[in-house]
Design a protein around this ligand. Structure first.
Ligand SMILES: Cc1cc2nc3c(=O)[nH]c(=O)nc-3n(C[C@H](O)[C@H](O)[C@H](O)COP(=O)(O)O)c2cc1C
Length: 317
């Protein structure tokens, strides 16, 4: 498979990004992916700048390869995280953004030589991002783990590819080389995977969370927050069922009150990742969790996915 000029410019061996997952994707996971030839991305989530600075230091100590940082635009710390990234412009090659419009940061990041790649869930947002000058977009379908949009990867990716001239990276529901090859057939020039990397050997998530992903089947996820805002795909567990129960009950009321959901949801990803608590933790994962059957080093995941996709795209079975 010939790498696109954009992927070559990023210095990658494999056109595979590891999604910048909040709480999960630390400097160690990102460095492992980057060392192996993919693009490792640190997830900053709602973390303050100082925490992100520590993770960048950790990645810098473990790899000389390019890596990225994901900025969650809804975070109250987004401004200070961007400052930390700018202070580390020599090592942070890429910024991906989630949950919003990164327009106000684009000029500074680009002036610093950092590529800006927002995650989009619609053609309209992809077009808007192209207009404000981003370098590429990640088109993410609702099969993915974490916060999701409304369209599927299969429908979204080719429509985004047709709508913009900048490179498109496909995400959502890509778990092996078949998914990667399919994304390339849809016009993507790279893929981003999150769920498969949850169980990488270098991923720090609690063993209970890893076990839950490894045991998942095709229908093991559900979407919380469909009524209350910020839909999110998680593995079915007690927490998810309680959340959805309250959400549906409130939605039927003339004046729904979603405040108690705010309480329930706050810190729930941390409780999953750090404590492995399935009673109160949100085990975010995508629909392909049912295909993820073993814990492997990140390098092995990348090589396996890439070589399978490469064969398929060369017409081999
Ligand atoms: C636990 C978890 C946390 C995530 N957190 C973020 C985040 O903070 N910002 C973001 O842009 N995407 C986030 N994502 C999405 C991933 O970066 C990636 O795009 C997605 O997982 C791809 O779909 P897949 O899960 O089907 O591989 C998260 C995904 C998971 C599973």
């Amino acid at each position: 498979m010939e790498l696109s000029p954009f992927m070559k410019e990023l210095g990658l061996k494999y056109p595979i990004f590891q999604g910048g997952m909040a709480w999960v994707a630390d400097g160690k996971l990102a460095a492992a992916v980057s060392n192996a030839g993919g693009l490792g991305i640190i997830g900053s989530g709602n973390a303050p700048g100082s925490v992100v600075a520590d993770e960048i230091e950790s990645a810098k100590s473990l790899t000389k390869k390019p890596f990225g940082v994901n900025v969650m635009l809804l975070s109250p710390y987004a401004d200070e995280v961007v400052k930390v990234i700018l202070a580390n412009k020599d090592s942070v090659a890429v910024v991906t953004t989630g949950a919003g419009n990164p327009a106000k940061y684009i000029e500074k990041l680009k002036d610093a030589g950092i590529k800006v790649i927002p995650v989009v869930g619609s053609v309209a947002l992809a077009r808007m991002m192209e207009r404000v000058g981003v370098d590429a977009v990640v088109a993410e379908g609702m099969e993915s783990g974490g916060h999701i949009g409304k369209l599927t990867t299969m429908a979204l990716v080719p429509q985004v590819v047709d709508a913009v001239k900048i490179p498109v990276i496909a995400a959502g529901g890509i778990g092996d080389g078949r998914g990667m090859a399919a994304a390339f057939m849809l016009g993507a020039e790279g893929v981003q995977m999150g769920t498969r990397f949850l169980v990488a050997t270098e991923s720090k998530i609690h063993p209970n969370y890893k076990k839950a992903v490894l045991r998942a089947k095709d229908a093991s996820t559900l979407v919380t927050g469909e009524y209350a805002g910020h839909p999110s795909r998680v593995l079915k567990n007690k927490m998810a069922k309680t959340y959805i129960g309250i959400e549906k009950e409130e939605a039927l009321k003339p004046h729904p009150d979603y405040d108690k959901l705010e309480e329930l949801g706050t810190g729930s990803l941390r409780r999953a990742v750090i404590e492995g608590d399935s009673e109160t933790g949100s085990f975010m994962a995508g629909e392909i969790a049912g295909m993820v059957k073993k814990e492997q080093p990140a390098a092995e995941i990348l090589a396996e996915v890439y070589s399978q996709a490469d064969k398929l795209l060369n017409g081999e079975r």
